[in-house]
Design a protein around this ligand. Structure first.
Ligand code: SF4
Ligand code: SF4
Length: 185
C-alpha cells in the first residue's frame, strides 16, 4: 500500500515537473544522463560531434516507444527473465563497457538514440509553462550555443526543440545573455 502511494506521488511529481519545465528531468535529474555527462568529460582520441546518420538514428527511441505502446494496447507485456541470476556476467561487463566507451565518445548518446522515456517527455518542451526564450535583439549569431549543445541543436533557431534536454548549457555560455528560461509568452 505504502509502495503504491509512493509510486503515485513520484508519478504526480514527474508529471508536474514536465508541465512546468518540459525535459528538465533529462538535463538535470536523470542519473543516466548525469553519468553520461561525467563520462563525456573523459579525454579520448575520438570524440564524435556529428555524423550523417545522426538524425535518422534519433528515431530509434520513438520506434521503441511505439513498440511499447502497441504491446500495452494489445495486452502483451515485454517479458523479463524471471531468474536474473542466470545472466552472464561477461554480457553485463561487455554492455557496461560499451555504454561507457560510447558515452565518452558521443555526448548523451543514450538520450539521443535510445531513451523512450525521453521520447515521451519531449512533448513537454512545447507545452511547458517555463520555456527557453531567445532575445533576437541581443543574439549576434555567434554560434557559441550551437558548439556547446550536448544534443547538437541550434538553440538560437529552435530554443524549445523536442530534443532539448533543458540542460541550460546554451544559456550559460551565451556571451550576450540572449537565452533565458522563463514562464509566459
Ligand atoms: S551564443 Fe547567444 S549570441 Fe551566440 S548565437 Fe547563441 S544565442 Fe546568439
Ligand atoms: S539547446 Fe541548450 S538547454 Fe537544450 S540541450 Fe542544447 S545546450 Fe542544453
Amino acid at each position: 500500500m505504502n509502495e503504491t502511494v509512493a509510486q503515485i506521488g513520484m508519478f504526480t511529481l514527474l508529471v508536474l515537473l514536465i508541465i512546468i519545465s518540459g525535459r528538465l528531468f533529462c538535463g538535470k535529474i536523470c542519473p543516466l544522463g548525469l553519468f553520461q555527462d561525467l563520462f563525456s568529460k573523459i579525454p579520448f582520441p575520438i570524440k564524435i560531434k556529428s555524423f550523417k546518420a545522426d538524425k535518422y538514428l534519433r528515431y530509434i527511441k520513438y520506434a521503441f516507444l511505439l513498440i511499447i505502446v502497441i504491446s500495452f494496447i494489445t495486452g502483451q507485456t515485454v517479458q523479463e527473465p524471471e531468474d536474473n541470476t542466470g545472466r552472464s556476467p561477461t554480457a553485463t561487463i561487455i554492455i557496461t563497457a560499451l555504454f561507457v566507451i560510447i558515452a565518452i565518445m558521443r555526448e548523451r548518446f543514450f538520450c539521443k538514440y535510445l531513451c523512450y522515456f525521453g521520447a515521451v517527455i519531449a512533448l513537454g518542451n512545447k507545452i511547458s509553462l517555463f520555456k527557453y526564450r531567445l532575445d533576437e535583439k541581443k543574439c549576434i549569431q555567434c554560434g557559441i550555443c550551437v558548439k556547446n549543445c550536448k544534443m547538437n541543436l541550434e538553440p538560437q533557431k529552435t530554443p524549445n526543440h523536442p530534443e532539448c534536454i533543458r540542460c541550460g548549457k546554451c544559456k550559460k555560455v551565451c556571451p550576450r545573455n540572449a537565452i533565458t528560461f522563463k514562464a509566459g509568452k
